[in-house]
Design a protein around this ligand. Structure first.
Ligand code: SAM
Length: 303
């Protein structure tokens, strides 16, 4: 049992997310590997919908300590103590794959691999072949991994028609979107080498009819602006460019569109979110892997 990963969950109202997230993530003597929080469909309370916080821990885990911290957080928020669920997950859980970061990478239904693993993709998986080290992004980094998980989930609930991979690196997210939806995908980067690698990877994965590689800083290229509005913009860049690009991302997003942001650290999360909130984009889902955050935003204000 020592290799198991433990998952702790609480369900809380939106105004209490930060307090309980911190209570679980900062539990002394325990190693929080990843956390995510998301709205529960249909769970309404005063102040908005209910949110579930899930935190994954490496062993050992002390249930009494976690319960005490949940009780303290509840008291600080002047609310009833929510139930804490603590379960052991099977060894080969997704975060184990994320954190061991060994190729190939399994991210939801995506199987990102190098040429040496060609043909080894599990039945039903969507294989994407990307060689390591040629441009950023072969799926191993927590930020790319977080975006792939977000795309996998979005792919189960919606078909996007006009997606953009802003800051495409090796193009893995553009490949994932083209594979999911078989629609034209724009993949842009400020780095000519990244655009060249993306084009090559698109051809190698037989997705080149769908993917348009563009060399551009942000949206400063007619090939990007003329294809707007996008119904999905995925930008795995860094906190500072993400903040700078917030007005342009909001301006190029279609009504009802979705934004996936990554490349920001946990300590930068609140500031990035507040800048996007000022642009009318609100948190829909948040995933933390290690220190890295992936956010999903849309136009619907919830709290
Ligand atoms: C962290 S990498 C992400 C690569 C890939 N999307 C992934 O998820 O693996 C960020 C990429 O954004 C590009 N980038 C940085 N600033 C940019 C900007 N202002 N406009 C377009 N691309 C930018 C970088 O050149 C780099 O390739």
């Amino acid at each position: 049992m020592t290799d198991e990963i433990w998952q702790a969950c609480v369900v809380v109202p939106p105004q209490a997310i930060a307090a309980f997230d911190e209570a679980l993530n900062e539990a002394p003597g325990m190693e929080a590997l990843a956390s995510s929080s998301f709205e529960i469909q249909g769970g309404e309370v005063e102040g908005g919908a209910l949110w579930k916080i899930e935190v994954l821990f490496a062993p050992p885990v002390d249930q009494l300590v976690l319960e005490a911290r949940v009780a303290l957080a509840a008291s600080s928020m002047d609310m009833a103590v929510p139930g804490l669920s603590l379960v052991a997950l099977p060894d080969r859980d997704w975060v184990t794959h994320a954190l061991h970061a060994l190729p190939p990478v399994h991210a939801g239904r995506f199987f990102v691999h190098g040429a040496h693993d060609r043909g080894k993709s599990p039945a039903g998986a969507m294989a994407l072949e990307v060689e390591a080290g040629r441009a950023f992004g072969n799926g191993k980094h927590e930020t790319t991994y977080g975006c792939l998980l977000a795309l996998d989930r979005l792919g189960k609930v919606r078909k996007f028609q006009r997606p953009l991979d802003l800051g495409c690196g090796a193009g893995v997210l553009a490949l994932a979107m083209a594979r999911l939806w078989r629609v034209p995908v724009v993949a842009s980067d400020i780095d000519p080498w990244a655009v060249a690698v993306t084009r090559e990877n698109s051809r190698g994965n037989h997705l080149h009819p769908w993917i348009k590689g563009v060399l551009a800083d942000g949206f400063a290229h007619p090939a990007l602006s003329s294809r707007a509005p996008y119904d999905l913009i995925v930008a795995n860049i860094l906190a500072r460019p993400l903040q700078r690009l917030a007005p342009a991302i909001a301006a190029h997003l279609a009504p009802g569109g979705r934004v996936v942001l990554s490349g920001l650290l946990a300590k930068q999360d609140a500031q990035v979110r507040s800048i996007y909130r000022d642009q009318g984009l609100f948190l829909r889902r948040r995933r933390q892997i290690g220190e890295w955050i992936t956010l999903e935003l849309d136009h619907i204000r919830r709290t």
